[in-house]
Write a protein that binds this ligand. Structure first.
Ligand code: ADP
Ligand code: MG
Length: 321
């Protein structure tokens, strides 16, 4: 069982940013409206995620360390209409197999919370504890028992940078949730959590950049889009300032990138890219999120039709001559 978890960990847990991703996605799935992520030494010494979500019962606080003990999926048929970010029931067991963890959690309706200590996949101790409603997971000494994996880690600064990019994307994915990032005790980012994509984008890209961005609000045959795209004068030398979300999930898509570029036609010089945040909603059965375990690549049904409609939807608000 520990071995299976360590193998799964090889897919899910590569470095601090992958741990943060899984923990924050769990917080979002738990309905949290406030999430705090704290890194010590870029997450190499410690990662802590605090949320105000639904919390866990004492039973679930023990069960969640077992593989596939997910509470989120009941039948194979559910796989085609996943509404939660997690569904494999592998993240917590995987992380626990390669680190030392403390879970502190309380469901709103319970009087007492539960604290569970887990190390290398083994539950060391569990006890009732007084704590706020919600869940806190603290991960220490990542890869302490798999020294070979530590070699692939970068500097604290580089690891923290990756987490920071992830937090930006998660904030843009969920403007309704206040997400805060602390690094070595200092607050380095927070999103307003007021539901406004523009305010959230201002926190991520800077207010000056966002002020002139154009709103996209499209309701079409195959999908809806809400988002912000920059005027042709405001471009960047990389695509790093483009975030695409399908049904709330951050995705990478060469198709969407190239259609976006096409929408600007010859208005922007080669090697330059617009800033963009696009939320696309479409029928979940038209998106396959099972392509990769980290679920960033997606496969779309009707790619060609989607591309055509997307080009029209993005070109219109740009209103280029
Ligand atoms: P998955 O997200 O695929 O269900 P995980 O291993 O990430 O699997 O989590 C296992 C289970 O632990 C979840 O299904 C959920 O019931 C519980 N859980 C994990 N994190 C939280 C959290 N922050 N708040 C409430 N429940 C949580
Ligand atoms: Mg999960």
């Amino acid at each position: 069982e520990t071995t299976a978890n360590q193998i799964a960990a090889g897919e899910v847990v590569e470095r601090p940013v992958s741990v943060v991703k899984e923990l924050v996605e769990n917080s979002l799935d738990a309905g949290a409206t406030r999430i705090i992520v704290e890194l010590t030494q870029g997450g190499l010494s410690g990662i802590k995620v605090v949320d105000n979500g639904c919390g866990m019962s004492p039973e679930d606080a023990m069960l969640c360390w077992q593989r596939h003990a997910t509470s989120k999926i009941r039948q194979a048929a559910d796989l085609n209409r996943i509404t939660t970010l997690g569904f494999r029931g592998e993240a917590l067991p995987s992380i626990a197999s390669v680190a030392k963890l403390t879970l502190t959690t309380r469901a709103g309706e319970d009087l007492a919370g539960t604290e569970v200590l887990v190390e290398a996949g083994q539950i060391l101790r569990s006890s009732p504890v007084g704590c706020p409603a919600g869940t806190t997971i603290e991960v220490k000494e990542l890869f302490f028992n798999t020294p070979a994996r530590r070699k692939y880690l970068k500097s604290p600064h580089a690891e923290a940078g990756q987490v920071s990019d992830l937090i930006n994307r998660l904030a843009l994915a969920r403007p309704d949730v206040r997400i805060e990032l602390r690094s070595n005790g200092r607050v380095v980012f927070f999103s307003p959590g007021n539901g406004s994509l523009r305010d959230t984008a201002a926190a991520v890209f800077g207010a000056d950049n966002v002020r002139s961005m154009i709103e996209v609000n499209y309701q079409g045959r195959l999908f809806c889009i809400k988002g912000l795209i920059s005027k042709p004068v405001l471009t960047r030398a990389s695509r790093q300032y483009q975030s695409f979300f399908i049904n709330g999930r951050y995705i990478r898509s060469g198709l969407i990138s190239s259609v976006l570029q096409q929408a600007y036609q010859t208005q922007i010089p080669s090697g330059r890219f617009p800033i963009a945040v696009l939320h696309i909603s479409l029928d979940p059965t038209q998106v396959d999120v099972n392509v990769h375990p980290t679920k960033m690549e997606v496969r779309l049904a009707q790619e060609k039709e989607v591309a055509e409609e997307l080009l029209a939807a993005l070109s219109e608000p740009l209103n280029l001559p």
